[in-house]
Structures are given as structure tokens and as C-alpha cells.
Design a protein around this ligand. Structure first.
Ligand code: GLN
Length: 335
């Protein structure tokens, strides 16, 4: 154990502030323009309906914790949230069960393996390891409060809508397409059951998990959802408290460790902020105390992360000074 209750001390936010509005606005447009012609990567097609998307779409949005919004390109284009839902459902479950409860049940360590790995479960005695891979996300969804799966689904839809500041709806076609082909996720849920790691009905839980992945968002929504995590749990657009500051801290730590799948170490090394990606091409990246970036572009690298989205966020992280590990000498006079 790295810490115990007796170590607890109020968390202090150690961040500066974003540059002025004009600079954030022009950097957002510049990032969009710079990577618009980048055509590397492949569209995900293991969920059949996703293969039909227009690969040229590219949207970018930056939302500041003061509510200022900066949008470029197709930032209003809807797409399914997919794995990015894992971050926000995890936050809702943490709000319910607290820091230690979810850590114990779902885990917090990176598997080093792809998001849909069965081997990760087998190697760890059926422990799901972390909430950002499918096994851990399915185990997390199972913990959502409710006496029926319909009630649990409503808690998720309402909760993610509060993060976005508008009523999110599910794309029925994406849901049906994934339900017809998600044998692997069903197998993962059954495997969790075989290890006694899931209390709810495994297949009903996969059904809710697949619904949460099919919620429609756009890059602007993602930036608002991320900015809520950056703003201590208060949605900067609606002023509503969605989760506590402690839950935001836990969620951001999880994203830093595992949000970009098995490439999370490289992402943190190069870009330095917590982020979560999804196979439809979305990425949300969060700068605690400052704001968040939402990106959407469907072509993915081999780990399933949007190629243009990653590059644009890297550019903005540098330009806006978001890297959490940036270090500089203090202003004391030398010698
Ligand atoms: N619904 C997708 C799945 O479970 C989400 C995966 C992802 O976005 N990486 O396979």
C-alpha cells in the first residue's frame, strides 16, 4: 500500500492559468489547420456500422474552466463516445463507492495489453486491473446503482448528460451493430463471472456497457465533459456539481495511467496530460484547473487512438502550456 487514511491531507491544485482568450482561440484554429491534411491511420471496422463514417471529419474544441469555448472544424459532428464513456461512468461509480472501494474491486494499474484483452484477465486471476480496459469497464458498469438494468442505464445516461450539460441520446444503430458482434465483450463478462468478479448479470451488464458506448457526443461535448473533471466536478457551462473534486482527482489519475490503452506511458511522456480515447475517433484530454480539449477524427493508430486527434492535442498541450510535468528553475538568483 502506498498511502493510508492517516496520510490524508487536503489536495492542492498546482496549476497556472491558460493564456488569454485570443491566444487559445488562434491556437485551436492553428491545430485544426495543421493536421487537417494528415491521412494516416485506419477507421475501426470491428463494429460494422463505424466503418461507414466519413474519414475526412475533424473537429476540435477547447473549453476553459471559466466556460470560454473555442471550436474548430467539425466540432459539432456527432459520433459514438465508445471507450471515453469508461472515464465518466468510473467517476459516477467512484462518487457512489469512494476511493478505496473501487480501487479494491476494479483496480488501478495498467495492463500493458490491448483494451479488449482476455489474457490480461487470465494473467491476473480474473482481476479486471483498471476501469479503462473493457474488463474493468464492464466490472465498473456492474457497480452502477439501480434495482434493474433499465434503472442502471438511466443513471448512466443522466450522469453522462450532466457532464456534457445537455441530454445525450444513444445511437440505436451503433448499439445494435455492436450487440450483434461483441462476442468478445460477452466472453470477458462471463470470464469475470467465472472468477466471481461481477455480482450483476454479466450479459445484462454488457448490454448496458454497449449502450453507454453508443451515446452520441461531439468534440465540443467531450471538451465540456473533460472541463467538468478539470473544474473540480462542476460543469463550467451549467454550473451544476456533477461529482466531487476527490472523484475528479481519482478519475484523472486513472486516465493518466490507462486512458490511452497500452500507449498511456508514451502519451504521458510526450504530452503530459490525462486523456481518454474511443474507437469512433474521439479523444478528451484534461488540464486540471485549466480546461479540456475534445477532438474527433475517425482514423486510428494501431492502439485505437485517433491519429489527428493525438497530434492536435500534442500541439495544443505544448502551445497552451498544459504538460503537468513541465519543470523550470525557480526565480532565485544563482551563486
Ligand atoms: N464499445 C467498444 C468495445 O467495447 C469500445 C472500445 C473502445 O472505444 N476502445 O469494444
Amino acid at each position: 500500500m502506498i498511502t493510508s487514511e492517516s496520510d490524508s491531507i487536503a489536495r492542492v491544485v498546482s496549476t497556472g492559468s491558460l493564456p488569454g482568450w485570443n491566444e487559445v482561440e488562434s491556437l485551436t484554429s492553428a491545430a485544426h489547420e495543421r493536421y487537417l491534411t494528415l491521412d494516416d491511420g485506419e477507421i475501426a471496422d470491428y463494429i460494422p456500422v463505424l466503418a461507414a463514417v466519413d474519414p475526412s471529419l475533424f473537429g476540435l474544441s477547447v473549453i476553459e474552466v471559466n466556460g470560454a469555448a473555442h471550436d474548430a472544424g467539425d466540432s459539432g459532428h456527432p459520433f459514438s463516445i465508445q471507450s471515453i464513456s469508461k472515464a465518466f461512468v468510473y467517476a459516477l461509480v467512484c462518487e457512489e463507492y469512494g476511493h478505496a472501494g473501487v480501487k479494491e474491486r476494479v483496480g488501478v494499474n495498467n495492463t500493458g495489453l490491448p483494451f479488449n484483452s482476455v489474457m490480461a484477465l487470465e494473467l491476473n486471476d480474473g482481476h479486471p486491473m483498471n476501469p479503462m480496459v473493457n474488463a474493468g469497464a464492464i466490472a465498473t458498469t456492474a457497480l452502477i446503482p439501480g434495482t434493474s438494468s433499465a434503472e442502471q442505464w438511466e443513471v448512466i445516461r443522466t450522469g453522462l448528460s450532466a457532464f456534457a450539460g445537455r441530454q445525450l441520446v444513444m445511437d440505436g444503430e451503433v448499439y445494435a451493430s455492436e450487440m450483434a458482434t461483441n462476442f468478445r465483450n460477452k466472453a470477458i463478462a462471463r470470464l469475470l463471472e467465472s472468477y466471481g468478479r461481477i455480482d450483476a448479470d454479466p450479459l445484462e451488464t454488457v448490454d448496458i456497457y454497449t449502450r453507454q458506448c453508443a451515446l452520441l457526443v461531439n468534440a465540443h461535448d467531450l471538451a465540456i465533459m473533460g472541463a467538468t473533471l478539470a473544474d473540480g466536478g462542476i460543469n463550467p457551462m451549467t454550473g451544476q456539481r456533477v461529482v466531487s473534486p476527490e472523484v475528479c482527482g481519482d478519475t484523472l489519475a486513472m486516465l493518466a495511467a490507462s486512458g490511452m490503452y497500452e500507449r498511456s506511458g508514451e502519451w504521458l511522456f510526450e504530452i503530459g496530460i490525462p486523456a481518454k480515447s474511443g474507437v469512433a475517433g474521439g479523444i478528451v484530454a484534461i488540464a486540471p484547473g485549466k480546461g479540456a480539449i475534445g477532438a474527433f477524427s475517425p482514423r486510428l493508430n494501431s492502439a485505437g487512438n485517433s491519429v489527428r486527434g493525438q497530434r492536435a492535442i500534442a500541439y495544443l498541450s505544448r502551445g497552451l502550456g498544459l504538460n503537468l510535468f513541465a519543470s523550470k528553475a525557480s526565480s532565485r538568483t544563482q551563486g
